[in-house]
Design a protein. Structure first.
Length: 614
């Protein structure tokens, strides 16, 4: 009878990865029992009995308050949060001396002899560090990124049936019941970050520095991969397993979406590994599996669950108490339950728990609306009516009660279009005052107006966010928000950034700066690298990992000047422009706009510029 079990954890869209991993485990360790924990429901997509491993539904492993547990986390968070319960469930079977976990995107190339030896020698656990050497360049990930993510990579963890195993698992479970989150500002990254504490809190923890274990993009700078015969060698020792974290089987040209340090085409043997691995993942049904939906990604009525709902539920005891034992049934609570728990204290317009959670997690909203339940309440709600559904992927019907209350409030106060025009004029006057204050400040060289600068800036930004005042001051004939919404039907939110992203020239750097900004803001985007008609050297590949061949999102931003826009249109085609909001970011600094370029205005909905002169 086997005394070692190995498992991985997936939702069903990752089934192809799990098949590939466990086939490699079976080849090198045929004596081990193989398990897959499914944090999902089969829903008739595949037949578990035909798989060469034991499939364990998440409902069977004893997670307390299962539905609240599944609801509170994103798919990434919940797949990592279930890990200690699966370890415990396997040890409860009573026949395993050792249990090993591997991420589904791992491939095993040799026996894990060193791990077996450490566990047989009485070690409680075996961990592998992310780094065994310094990262001293300006690439990603850097050492700070690794510190945020955790010292040890939890794509691998081995435990023995040790006197301290139960205590360790109970401690880990307690942390992951509510705190298995991606929250870098507060120092948390899913299950992984907690294991930084394990070597200090528990005995017999082995840190395995063997260069052939857990080879991946984060440590390849320190690990030289070669090949002898049909065996791969890392720093003179055997390659045991490679972790293909962040690889895209549909692309095959990028080592990982999480890094920009290494180029796959320059890593001969790693490129060979990746090509062979991708072939196996595709052969195991990747293209079919990746389309399968996540059963716990929707309410029982079929509506998608935005991440803001999950965060609001996890962080709000009042909301959890109202949802009882199954929040998947109670969409309306997330749409209408106000923040104020005391009925007598509830004010209009409505601020729900979901709205308040979105405010708490967005630094810009906290700056613009410092008192969303007080004096900024109306402006905050107006901003949500205009932008909340799009920004936070919230259902449109969620906005209905807020819209109605805003409408009633406006009628009750006798507001009309003249007041709205006055609001626009007031913002414009404040803008002029702001510019004057800056000019005086620069001339005097004083710091006294910095507070004025900040307060006026926040006022202007808030008015612009709520009323779109600046857009209307420039051109009152259009409503940018409505036009954007109309043009983005059936398009996912995000940006197709189009420009000379590899060009070693100013407009190329502008495109790269825009990529930095989108990345920092957490806005989904892909880059269409455009080189036609540009003679500059194209060797800047720092954003190669974000380049795509087709538009994926509802907004196009072109870092290409007006004179070249017809070439872009002819090359990319009408379908690239139609049904999307098209924005030209133009730099050409001429005192007059050439008449022959005027046709480029017809290709864009808006023009953004980097200076007042442009």
């Amino acid at each position: 009878m086997p005394d070692t079990a190995l498992f991985t954890i997936i939702s069903k869209n990752y089934l192809a990865f799990a098949r590939t991993l466990l086939a490699s485990v079976q080849y090198h360790h045929p004596e081990w029992e193989r398990y897959v924990l499914l944090v999902d429901e089969v829903e008739g997509k595949f037949n578990p009995r035909r798989e060469p491993f034991h499939l364990v539904p998440v409902a069977e492993i004893g997670i307390p308050d299962l539905y609240p547990f599944l609801f509170q986390y994103t798919i990434l968070e919940v797949n990592t949060a279930a890990k200690p319960w699966m370890f415990e469930w396997l040890f409860r079977q009573g026949r395993y001396k050792s249990v090993i976990y591997l991420d589904p995107d791992v491939f095993v190339y040799d026996r894990l002899r060193e791990v077996e030896e450490y566990l047989d020698a009485g070690k409680l656990m075996v961990l592998t560090p992310h780094l065994t050497g310094p990262l001293d360049d300006d690439k990603k990930p850097d050492e700070l990124s690794i510190l945020r993510a955790g010292t040890y990579n939890l794509g691998f963890l081995a435990l023995s049936n040790h006197p301290e195993t139960e205590r360790f698992l109970k401690w880990w479970q307690k942390k992951l019941e509510r705190m298995c989150v991606v929250d870098f500002p507060n120092g948390l990254f899913v299950d992984q970050k907690w294991l930084d504490l394990a070597p200090g809190m528990f005995p017999d923890v082995e840190i395995l520095r063997h260069p052939g274990y857990n080879v991946a993009y984060w440590n390849l700078k320190h690990r030289h991969l070669t090949k002898t015969g049909n065996k791969y060698i890392v720093n003179g020792q055997k390659l045991v397993f490679y972790h293909f974290s962040g690889i895209d089987p549909e692309d095959g040209t990028n080592l990982s979406k999480h890094q920009n340090r290494l180029q796959l085409q320059k890593l001969n043997h790693v490129r060979e590994l990746a090509r062979e691995y991708i072939q196996q993942v595709l052969a195991n049904g990747y293209r079919e599996c990746r389309k399968w939906g996540y059963a716990y990604g929707r309410f029982e009525d079929g509506a998608l669950i935005p991440d803001q709902f999950r965060m609001a539920y996890r962080d709000t005891l009042h909301l959890r108490e109202k949802c009882l034992d199954n929040p998947f049934r109670l969409k309306n609570l997330f749409l209408t339950l106000p923040v104020e728990e005391d009925i007598a204290a509830i004010r209009h317009p409505l601020v729900t728990h979901t709205m308040y959670q979105a405010w708490k997690n967005d630094a810009l909203l906290k700056t613009l609306f410092p008192e969303p339940l007080g004096k900024n309440r109306v402006d905050f709600c107006r901003w949500f009516v205009l932008n909340g559904a799009r920004k936070f992927l919230l259902p449109e019907d969620w906005l209905a009660p807020i819209k109605e209350q805003l409408r009633e409030q406006r009628q009750g106060r006798g507001l009309d279009i003249r007041l709205h025009r006055f609001s626009r004029l007031k913002s414009f006057l404040f803008w002029k005052i702001y510019c004057l204050a800056l000019a005086v400040n620069r001339r005097a060289g004083a710091k006294v107006s910095l507070r004025l600068k900040k307060s006026i800036n926040c006022f202007i930004a808030r008015r612009a966010f709520v009323h779109n005042d600046f857009f209307e001051t420039v051109d009152s004939r259009t409503d940018p928000v409505r036009s954007w919404e109309g043009k983005q039907e059936n398009q996912p939110p995000g940006v197709n950034l189009t420009g000379y992203v590899r060009a070693e020239m100013g407009i190329g750097e502008s495109c790269r700066m825009a990529a930095n900004a989108l990345d920092a803001a957490g806005i989904p985007f892909g880059i269409i690298n455009f080189e036609i008609g540009n003679s500059a050297r194209m060797r800047d590949r720092r954003w190669r990992h974000k380049e795509v061949s087709q538009a994926q999102y509802g907004v196009n931003i072109f870092h290409i000047n007006a004179d070249q826009m017809p070439i872009v249109f002819n090359h990319l085609g009408r379908d690239f422009f139609d049904g999307r909001c098209n924005i030209g970011f133009w730099h050409w600094e001429l005192p007059e706009f050439p008449e022959e370029w005027a046709g480029s205005f017809k290709l864009v909905d808006e023009v953004w510029v980097p200076s007042r002169f442009v």
